[in-house]
Structure formats: structure tokens, C-alpha cells
Design a protein around this ligand. Structure first.
Ligand code: SF4
Length: 365
């Protein structure tokens, strides 16, 4: 079905998330309704969209700058030929397949799992860690396969924390999600459920009052969403986050550090401060993985460390997410070493302004 720009559609249809899903951008011709595609973008759509799906919601497409191919929104979702130049990139850099006791359950830690319940998203981000599986039929979870995973969780008493991810669990209908949450809540050792979803960013109309009324029956429930750039903090996204907050759902943000999108302190600060205005807590910022087709997005880790050091002392402490590297063995915080060393009975620390301070180090009794 062909897509339409905002001006061509009645407001109530535009705000209907199912309409948005049915009218997504899927080709260079569709993209022309929103931007003037470059030759590189056209060639990349033709060459790459079979390897990794090219789909954008009309809502997100209208956030793109029509004339600037380096627009940070456009960079995230429109293919570029640069994706072909990545000799170091891997299909599964976190070795998730090896960490799966049953299909689409990833267990890296003893007490929690990522449960990839759905292989579909509203759009496909070019830097997606799970690009090997999202949008691919092979990874679709049939109800019977969801049951197998639920049985595994029920039979594994160490699991107290379940992250529903994908793909995107909010692409499910309310009924399917309610069924899944009910089944999880029946398992006595599952203490909390988290939803990992980018829909407040890419399709905020999905966060309806009906959905929130259903979700609030399953507390403690947390949502982690994924804003990467301040331009994504639209009134519609604010409305979605507000609905979740009013349903008592704490919302956190997990961004990815992306070259040309958010890899400068000013943009990251604007993003994090804007998130707090929406009552969304910046939680993690991930170092982009060594993932196939993403060399043009990756930033040297030292530069990432300096970026977050530059924020320290210059905005509220809780506006600063933890910069982390995910590895097959768990997340590793990447932080500037403010603890500089020892002098006698004291430790030497560095303040955010670069001054050294000596503090007497308490001894264990
Ligand atoms: S929304 Fe999330 S899971 Fe879906 S393509 Fe983007 S990064 Fe991947």
C-alpha cells in the first residue's frame, strides 16, 4: 500500500497506529513523498533492502529533513552504500545465538533474560543490533514457540526479571501482549517485566489509553525506549511518554552512540535534558557494536568517554546515562577515570573542571 505524507491525510487517520503501519515507506518512490533521495540512497535501497529491510513509518519519515541527506533522523533509517564497506562487522557480535537456551530467549546473566517475542518493528534502524533477525520470517515467534519459551521460564526459578524485546513487543496487538503478560505474571519467580520498545519514538500513536490501561494491570512493569536525537522529542512522543508515566510505568531511555547522529556533547546534552522534561530517565548509552554494515556509525571509545566526561558537572547528574559496551559476557561501563590514584593515606580524584582533590581514604575497621 502506498504511503502518504501528513498533509495528504486526515488527522484522525494519521494518528491511527494501524494506519501508520499499513502505509509505511518501503521503496525509493515512497521515500520521495518525504525527501529528495540522493543517488547513493537510491542505489543503497536497491542493493541493500533485501539484506536488511527498509521500512519507515510515515510519522518518522516526516521528521526527516527533506534536503539534507546528513539529517540525523534520515541517517538512522535510510540505507547508504557505506553499509557495504564494513570488513570488521559481524552478524551477531554479542553471540546471542550461543546464549539461547530456547528459541529467541537470550540469557547472559543468571537472573534475567531478553525474550525476543516479536521479530517485527514499526521501522528498521540501520544500526540495529538484531538486524540478522528483525523483519525476517525465520525468527517469527509462533504461539506454540512462545509457549515453549514460557515453559522454559517457568521451569527456571533463577529468572526474576524478563525483558520483552524483539523486534518490538508493542507491535503486538493489545490482546496478544495481554496474553503474554498474563502468562508471565502467573510464574511466581518472575518479579518484574520490562518492555524494550522504540514505538514511543517511531510510532508514538501506538501508546493509546487502552494499551496503558491494560499495561498498568501488570506492575511492576518498566519501559525502556530508544531516543537517539533531540529532534525525536516531538509533542506526539511527549504525549506517549506522558501516558506511560501516568499509568505508573517508569520509562528509561537506552540510546546508541552514533556518528553523525548524537556523537557530540551538545546534541547528547540536549537529548538527555529533553528526555528528563518528558519524565524519561536517560539510562544507558551503548557503544555501537562491531555489527555488519555499521562502520560509518561507530565512534572510537575514547571519544565516547570524553563526550560523557564533558557532560559531567554541566547538567544534572541523573541526566547523564551510563556509557556502556555490551559484550557476550555482559555490559561493561566505560567511564572516565576520575579516581586518579593514591598519595599516602589519601586518594586523588579529578573534579569535572579538571582540578585534583586529595581526600583522606577511610580504612576498614
Ligand atoms: S526499533 Fe529496535 S529492534 Fe527494531 S530495528 Fe530499531 S533498533 Fe532494531
Amino acid at each position: 500500500m502506498t504511503t502518504f505524507s501528513r498533509e495528504e491525510v486526515a488527522p484522525e487517520r494519521w494518528r491511527d497506529w494501524t494506519w501508520q503501519m499499513r502505509h509505511r515507506v518501503r521503496s525509493a518512490a515512497d521515500l520521495e513523498r518525504f525527501v529528495a533521495p540522493t543517488d547513493d540512497e537510491r542505489a543503497a535501497i536497491a542493493a541493500l533492502s533485501d539484506r536488511f529491510h527498509f521500512v519507515i513509518t510515515p510519522y518518522y519519515a516526516q521528521l526527516m529533513d527533506p534536503l539534507d541527506p546528513d539529517c540525523p533522523i534520515r541517517r538512522q533509517v535510510v540505507p547508504r552504500l557505506a553499509e557495504e564497506r564494513d570488513p570488521a562487522g559481524l552478524a551477531d557480535p554479542l553471540d546471542e545465538v550461543a546464549h539461547s537456551p530456547v528459541k529467541n530467549v537470550i540469557r547472559v546473566y543468571a537472573d534475567r533474560i531478553a525474550f525476543c517475542v516479536n521479530n517485527e518493528c514499526a521501522l528498521y534502524c540501520r544500526f540495529c543490533l538484531r538486524k540478522r533477525m528483525v523483519g525476517d520470517e525465520e525468527w517469527t515467534m509462533k504461539k506454540r514457540e512462545l509457549e515453549v519459551a514460557l515453559d522454559w521460564i517457568a521451569g527456571t526459578p533463577a529468572i526474576r526479571d524478563v525483558l520483552l524485546t524483539g523486534g518490538d513487543p508493542l507491535v503486538f496487538s493489545d490482546e496478544r501482549l495481554e496474553w503474554l503478560l498474563s502468562r508471565l505474571c502467573e510464574i511466581p519467580h518472575v518479579e518484574l517485566v520490562r518492555l524494550g520498545t522504540r514505538l514511543p519514538v517511531t510510532l508514538p500513536f501506538r501508546v493509546t489509553d487502552d494499551l496503558c490501561r491494560m499495561l498498568e494491570r501488570f506492575h511492576p512493569l518498566f519501559v525502556n525506549t530508544h531516543f537517539n536525537h533531540p529532534r525525536e522529542l516531538t509533542p506526539e512522543a511527549a504525549e506517549a511518554c506522558d501516558r506511560l508515566a501516568r499509568a505508573g510505568i517508569p520509562v528509561g531511555n537506552q540510546s546508541v552512540l552514533l556518528r553523525g547522529v548524537n556523537d557530540d556533547p551538545g546534541t547528547m546534552k540536549a537529548l538527555c535534558e529533553g528526555l528528563l522534561r518528558l519524565r524519561v530517565r536517560p539510562y544507558y548509552c551503548y557503544q555501537a557494536q562491531l555489527l555488519e554494515g555499521t562502520a560509518h556509525f561507530r565512534v572510537p571509545i575514547e571519544r565516547g568517554v570524553e563526550l560523557f566526561r564533558a557532560l559531567r558537572g554541566r547538567t544534572s547528574g541523573f541526566a547523564i546515562p551510563q556509557y556502556v559496551l555490551d559484550t557476550p559476557h555482559g555490559k561493561v561501563p566505560l567511564s572516565y577515570p576520575f579516581l586518579r590514584g593514591r598519595e599516602g593515606d589519601s586518594v586523588v580524584v579529578e573534579t569535572y573542571e579538571g582540578k585534583l582533590w586529595k581526600e583522606l581514604n577511610p580504612r576498614d575497621a
